[in-house]
Design a protein around this ligand. Structure first.
Ligand SMILES: Nc1ncnc2c1ncn2[C@@H]1O[C@H](COP(=O)(O)OP(=O)(O)O)[C@@H](O)[C@H]1O
Ligand SMILES: [Mg+2]
Length: 234
């Protein structure tokens, strides 16, 4: 579905990504883990059209997407749930969700999709009239995810959803992400919470200093000494 082939990217003159290659298949959950500053968000931004890649290619369902604008990439079926949630704080939950359905392809059926999002996150139905800024961190993350799902994506890229949330909230969030697979959607999950990100993923990539340094089945990676030592504190 997504095929990334040897991309490089720069922040100004500083190279931030080095020959990144990865794939994501249909209905697959793939995690990308790595320390703060490793380049994870930079990679996400090159996939979603926010940052140009200097070389290499990104293909989605056989179509080259690098060089396309963000809205064109969303239109093709890739949804970006950004790091830090980026909600409109003074708009209601419902208004924030509806923004995710602005595409012509999905606008007509937005009521139906909104129902699906409320079924996935019943809390948001209760809070639909509330301003986003009055929500807890966990609820704000639900709104960010719901907004991303409103565009009916085939691939959802979720950048650090667990950041700043209490462990019990994180557990619930990860279960929901795991459940997205049932609808046939693929998920690219970016996380610093390595243990849980590997537990729900089929495969994973580990990033360090702008490079992919380890890739494989996540069950196997959970057993790897290097990962245990570097990320799991064992
Ligand atoms: N807009 C930017 N301008 C310049 N440097 C940046 C910018 N965004 C990120 N960087 C740098 O790129 C590197 C990777 O950052 P980032 O992709 O945010 O890492 P991660 O998401 O893994 O924490 C870091 O060294 C960071 O300081
Ligand atoms: Mg980041």
């Amino acid at each position: 579905m997504l095929d990334v082939n040897r991309i490089d990217a720069f922040h100004g003159r500083i190279q931030a990504l080095w020959e990144i290659s990865l794939t994501i298949g249909e209905a697959e959950i793939v995690s990308l883990v790595g320390a703060n500053g490793a380049g994870k968000t930079t990679l996400v931004n090159t996939l979603t059209g926010l940052l140009p890649s200097a070389s290499g290619s990104v293909e989605f369902c056989g179509k080259r997407i690098n060089g396309l604008k963000s809205h064109a990439i969303v239109e093709l079926g890739i949804s970006h749930i950004p790091e830090g949630r980026r909600l409109f704080p003074d708009m209601s939950v419902r208004e924030n969700l509806e923004i995710g359905a602005y595409l012509r392809r999905v606008w007509k059926r937005k009521e139906e999709t909104l129902e699906e999002v409320y079924r996935l996150f019943p809390k948001l139905r209760e809070r639909q009239g509330q301003l986003a800024r009055t929500l807890s961190g966990g609820e704000q993350q639900m709104v960010a995810m719901g907004r991303g799902l409103m565009s009916k994506p085939r691939l959802c890229i979720i950048d650090e959803p667990s950041s700043g949330l209490a462990p019990i909230v994180v557990d619930e969030l990860f279960r929901t992400i795991e459940g997205l697979r049932c609808s046939g959607m693929a998920v690219f999950l970016i996380e610093q919470n390595v243990q849980q990100a590997l537990e729900i993923a089929d495969r994973a990539y580990v990033m360090e200093n702008g490079r992919i340094v380890i890739a494989g089945e996540s069950k196997r990676l959970l057993q790897e000494e290097l990962i245990k030592k570097a990320f799991l504190g064992m």
